[in-house]
Design a protein around this ligand. Structure first.
Ligand code: FES
Length: 91
């Protein structure tokens, strides 16, 4: 998974592109965003994704979305994955 912060909110996504499930998104370690930091970019074929919704807006999987990972921010500011809301990926 990877985590991004946008408009003051933290969001997490599975590190798997909807174009080819299982394809990691980063083009190098911890590099998930476009140069201007306004979109998520898949390294494989360049699909672009909205930071807030995870929706693919350009590329081979337009209309598909990244899979969200639910987060909880604790009172002391730490982020935790909300395991109660994790859904298994169909095989
Ligand atoms: S695998 Fe991500 S755009 Fe093709």
């Amino acid at each position: 998974m990877f985590v991004v912060r946008s408009t003051g909110a933290w969001r997490a996504w599975r590190n798997s592109c909807p174009h080819w499930q299982g394809t990691p998104m980063a083009w190098r370690k911890d590099a998930y965003l476009t140069g201007d930091g306004r979109q998520i970019r898949c390294s494989a074929h360049g699909a672009l994704f909205d930071l807030e919704s995870g929706l693919c807006t350009l590329g081979p999987c337009v209309g598909e979305s990244l899979t969200p990972v639910p987060l909880i921010q604790t009172a002391d500011g730490h982020l935790e994955v909300d395991l109660g809301d994790i859904q298994e990926t169909p095989q």
